[in-house]
Design a protein around this ligand. Structure first.
Ligand code: GDP
Length: 364
C-alpha cells in the first residue's frame, strides 16, 4: 500500500492530527517534545462518494473503501541529521514513505510551547528541509564511497548510480532539494531507487486555530505561496477541530461542520490531497456482496491493476470487462450498462482509468 509520513517540528500538532486521522488514542498528544517515540502507523479509509453511489445501485451488502497508510514520525528537530533528538532512526522512517505530509504550526497559543520560541511556519519548513538535505548529502557521500570499486570496474548500474548521486549532491550543495534535479525517463527507476529524502513529494499541512479553519490565516497564506513556488501541495486544517470531529458520529459531524462554515472535514481534504500528490487513482469492483475501491498509480495496466487484488489475477489475466463510473451510474447498473453497449472487453495493454468499474477474467 501507499504510505504517507507525517513530519514536523515538535508541538506543531502532528499527534493531534494523527489521532484524528486514525480515531485512536494510540498516538497521545502531549505538550512536550518527543512524546511519540515509536513511529505510529495507521490505515485510513480514502473517502470517495462514488463508492457509496455504486453500492446503492448494485445493492451491495458491504462497502469497502481503499486505504492509505499514515505514519506519525516524531523527533525532527534542528540537528536531527547530526543525531539530535531521535535523529537517525527518524530519518530511516522517512526513507520508507512515498510522500511527506509536513505539518506546520500556523496557530497562536501561548500555552503551547514552540521549540524555537516563535511562530514562523516558513522558517520551520526551512529548518526541516535543511535537516533532510543534510541527511541526503551525508548518505550520498557514503554511497559514493561504497560504489567506487564497482564504478572503476565498469559496472553499468554503478556508473549510472554515481552519475545520479553526483547530480543530486550538486543540487544539495547549491542549497536546493534533490527533487529539483531534471531526471531523464531512462534514469527514473534508478533515481527512485536512491530513496533520497528530498525527492519525496511534499504536502504542507497548515495547522491553524479553530477560527481560521474555513479560510486560513496570514501564516497559512504564506505557506500556500511557498508551496506554489515549490510545486508542492498544501491544505489548511485545524487539528483541534479535526480531533473533535473524529469523535462524533456522521450526523453530528455534519452539523458541527455546518456550524463552523466548513464544507467537509479537513481530514477528507488532506487524504485526498495525499492521494493526488502520489498520483493515485481508484477503480472499483462492484457486486451484490460488496462494492470495493482499489488504489493504483495513474497509468497502471489492467493486469497490474488486477494484481492489486491478488497476484493470481495478474499472472492468469485474460481480460477485463470495463464500465466507466459515469455510465454505470447514468444507466443504473451493470446489466443496463451492458445492454447499452457500455461494457467493454479490454486486454493486457489496457490502461485502467480512474473510476473504472472492473471485472477480471483470469486462468487459475
Ligand atoms: P506534536 O508534537 O507535533 O505531535 O504535537 P501535538 O499534536 O502533541 O500537539 C502539541 C500541543 O499543541 C498539544 O497540547 C495540542 O493540544 C496542541 N495543539 C495541536 N493542534 C492545535 C491547534 O490547532 N490549536 C491549538 N490551540 N493547540 C493545538
Amino acid at each position: 500500500g501507499f504510505k504517507m509520513g507525517i513530519v514536523g517540528l515538535p508541538n506543531v500538532g502532528k499527534s493531534t492530527l494523527f489521532n484524528a486521522l486514525t480515531r485512536t488514542a494510540a498516538a497521545q498528544a502531549a505538550n512536550f517534545p518527543f512524546c511519540t517515540i515509536e513511529p505510529n502507523v495507521g490505515d485510513v479509509a480514502v473517502p470517495d462518494d462514488r463508492l457509496e453511489k455504486l453500492a446503492e445501485i448494485a445493492k451491495s451488502k458491504q462497502i469497502i473503501p481503499t486505504r492509505i497508510t499514515f505514519v506519525d514520525i516524531a523527533g525532527l528537530v534542528k540537528g536531527a541529521s547530526k543525531g539530535e533528538g531521535l535523529g537517525n532512526q527518524f530519518l530511516a522512517n522517512i526513507r520508507e514513505v512515498d510522500a511527506i505530509a509536513h505539518v506546520l504550526r500556523c496557530f497562536e497559543d501561548g500555552d503551547v510551547t514552540h521549540v524555537e520560541g516563535r511562530i514562523d511556519p516558513i522558517a520551520d519548513a526551512e529548518t526541516i528541509e535543511t535537516e533532510l538535505m543534510l541527511a541526503d548529502m551525508e548518505s550520498i557521500e557514503k554511497r559514493l564511497q561504497n560504489i567506487v570499486r564497482k564504478v572503476r570496474g565498469g559496472d553499468k548500474e554503478a556508473v549510472q548510480q554515481e552519475r545520479l548521486l553526483k547530480a543530486a549532491l550538486a543540487m544539495l550543495e547549491d542549497g536546493k532539494p534533490a527533487r529539483l534535479v531534471a531526471v531523464d525517463p531512462e534514469d527514473a527507476k534508478t533515481w527512485a531507487g536512491l530513496q533520497l529524502l528530498t525527492t519525496k513529494p511534499i504536502l504542507y499541512v497548515c495547522n491553524v486555530e479553530e477560527e481560521a479553519a474555513a479560510n486560513g490565516n496570514a501564516r497559512s497564506a504564506e505557506v500556500a505561496e511557498m508551496a506554489a513556488e515549490q510545486g508542492a501541495a498544501h491544505v489548511v486544517i485545524s487539528a483541534r477541530i479535526e480531533e473533535e470531529i473524529s469523535q462524533l458520529d456522521a450526523e453530528e459531524a455534519q452539523l458541527f461542520l455546518d456550524e463552523m462554515g466548513l464544507e467537509e472535514a479537513g481530514l477528507d481534504r488532506l487524504i485526498r490531497a495525499g492521494y493526488e500528490l502520489l498520483d493515485l487513482e481508484t477503480y472499483f469492483t462492484v457486486g451484490p456482496k460488496e462494492a470495493r475501491a482499489w488504489t493504483i498509480t495513474a497509468g497502471t495496466s489492467a493486469p497490474k491493476a488486477a494484481g492489486v487484488i491478488h497476484g493470481d489475477f495478474e499472472k492468469g489475466f485474460i481480460r477485463a470487462e470495463t464500465i466507466a463510473y459515469e455510465d454505470f451510474v447514468a444507466l443504473g447498473g451493470e446489466q443496463p450498462a451492458k445492454d447499452a453497449g457500455k461494457m467493454r472487453a479490454e486486454g493486457k495493454s489496457y490502461v485502467v482509468k480512474d473510476g473504472d468499474v472492473l471485472h477480471f477474467l483470469f486462468n487459475t
